[in-house]
Design a protein around this ligand. Structure first.
Ligand SMILES: NC(=O)c1ccc[n+]([C@@H]2O[C@H](COP(=O)([O-])OP(=O)(O)OC[C@H]3O[C@@H](n4cnc5c(N)ncnc54)[C@H](O)[C@@H]3O)[C@@H](O)[C@H]2O)c1
Ligand SMILES: [Zn+2]
Length: 409
């Protein structure tokens, strides 16, 4: 990672000498044009910007000004806001926009928004003219540390989420951490849960750093509520409302932490770019699925309405850690440490009314199942995952663990 004043550059190195930069820092959006110029084909003249109305209102003008400043001709198109619009139908509309923009082979698509915009625009970029270059400008925490890095793009179908897609790596990712100031608290909590996951499965130091940052943020908020620490006002980045009292130092710490999270994801992706299904080792891309088996079951049982995806993963990680403990893999103190981190990420919608047996039955529909059995990502300790075949986990252990994690019946 290189550190140039307020900007950090994280390289993503792929096979065959391919690589791309992730630029992270407060205000880096104004450098979008220059980054695009440096990383797109030399003949690139046009950039087709895809966003949604909410994000475009906030950041569209800056993105466009920066791209135009670097000599690109820019057109834009806004998809409707929400997961339910991440469909083939929207992708088709997006393709029509790319065609009407007269985008040529050397030109590029830029995605400005959260994971929904990034997945859809990336998918359209992978399809259009059999693939045009693509730049990601993620504006949610989840997209900044997770979905914008790694080249997975796609849409949902009636049969399930992300069932149709393509691997299409971006040419550059521009992560402006200042955009998080306008992000709703629940979106932050959801993103922090994925951040905790990344540390938990592969990097103990990153886990501790993330946990400390979140605990510090939550202490700061309490201090503000009782009337201390009023030295300026800005959004709380922990996920739980407004805060007063964050300084520039905290902004830098946040940017540093996000850059480390990106570096972690980049490392895993570099080692397993296409998620090889025969791999189940502790460095395989599969381990990023920690917390997702129960998480997906909770999302689908509640009709995708109660939880943000990351919030469901928050509950799911505790369930997987409970299983790990019951199988004798994970120490009780490590489970508590994970619980502490998830608590510090912010409030999760309750799941205690859901029947543990029902959740266990819903697990079987998980699309990450291989040969009909669920692959559990469990923990040996914080920082080390182990993939376990579902047939090796007794049904009773699963039910008890879910019950313990959700406080369920
Ligand atoms: N490709 C991958 O590897 C990968 C990985 C994880 C998740 N995903 C996908 O990502 C999607 C979820 O992404 P998400 O959590 O970013 O949700 P999202 O894109 O729906 O964004 C959440 C909400 O925040 C708003 N928003 C975005 N940036 C904002 C900002 N700076 N200020 C204010 N509001 C803002 C959005 O308009 C939206 O309403 C899912 O579809 C999931 O499947 C993909
Ligand atoms: Zn996830």
């Amino acid at each position: 990672m290189t550190d140039d004043g307020r900007m950090r550059r994280v390289p993503v190195r792929l096979e065959g000498g391919r690589s791309y930069p992730i630029d992270v820092g407060p205000g880096v959006l104004s450098g979008l044009g220059a980054v695009a110029r440096a990383n797109l084909p030399a003949e690139a003249r046009r950039v087709a910007l895809v966003s949604n109305p909410r994000v475009f209102d906030l950041y569209g003008a800056r993105a466009i000004a920066s791209l135009r400043g670097a000599g690109f001709s820019v057109s834009h198109w806004l998809m409707s806001d929400g997961e339910r619009f991440k469909t083939l139908r929207t992708a088709e509309r997006c393709l029509r926009f790319l065609s009407e923009s007269e985008l040529e082979r050397a030109d590029a698509v830029a995605a400005l928004g959260g994971g929904v915009v990034g997945d859809l625009a990336g998918f359209a970029a992978a399809l259009y003219l059999r693939g045009v270059a693509f730049v990601q400008v993620p504006t949610t925490l989840l997209a900044q540390i997770d979905s914008s890095v790694g080249g997975k793009t796609g849409v949902n179908t009636r049969a399930g989420k992300n069932l149709v897609g393509a691997f299409h790596q971006p040419r550059a990712v521009v992560v402006d951490t200042e955009t998080l100031r306008t992000l709703p608290a629940r979106e932050l909590t959801a993103g922090w849960c994925e951040a905790i996951k990344q540390g938990a499965v592969g990097d103990r130091r990153l886990f501790e750093r993330t946990r400390k940052f979140l605990e510090e943020e939550s202490r700061r908020k309490v201090a503000c509520r009782i009337g201390t620490g009023r030295d300026g006002s800005r959004a709380d980045v922990r996920g739980g409302g407004r805060d007063e009292g964050r300084g520039e130092g905290r902004d830098e710490e946040l940017a540093e932490l996000i850059a480390e999270q990106c570096a972690f994801k980049a490392k895993i992706v570099a080692g397993d770019e296409r998620e090889d299904i025969s791999r189940a080792d502790a460095r395989s891309r599969r381990v990023l699925n920690f917390g997702h088996t129960v998480g997906h079951a909770l999302e689908s049982l509640t009709g995708y309405r109660r939880f943000r995806h990351g919030e469901a993963v928050g509950h799911g990680m505790i369930a997987a850690a409970e299983i790990s403990k019951r199988l004798g893999l994970l120490d009780g103190s490590e489970l508590e440490s994970l619980r502490g981190a998830v608590r510090a990420a912010g409030h999760l919608p309750a799941a205690s009314d859901l029947d543990a047996g029902m959740v266990a039955r819903a697990l079987r529909a998980d699309k990450k199942a291989v040969g009909g059995s669920v692959r559990w990502v469990l923990l040996e300790r914080i920082g080390r995952a182990r993939v376990v075949d579902g047939r090796e986990v007794p049904a009773r252990v699963i039910r008890e663990s879910i019950r313990a994690a959700l406080g369920a019946r």
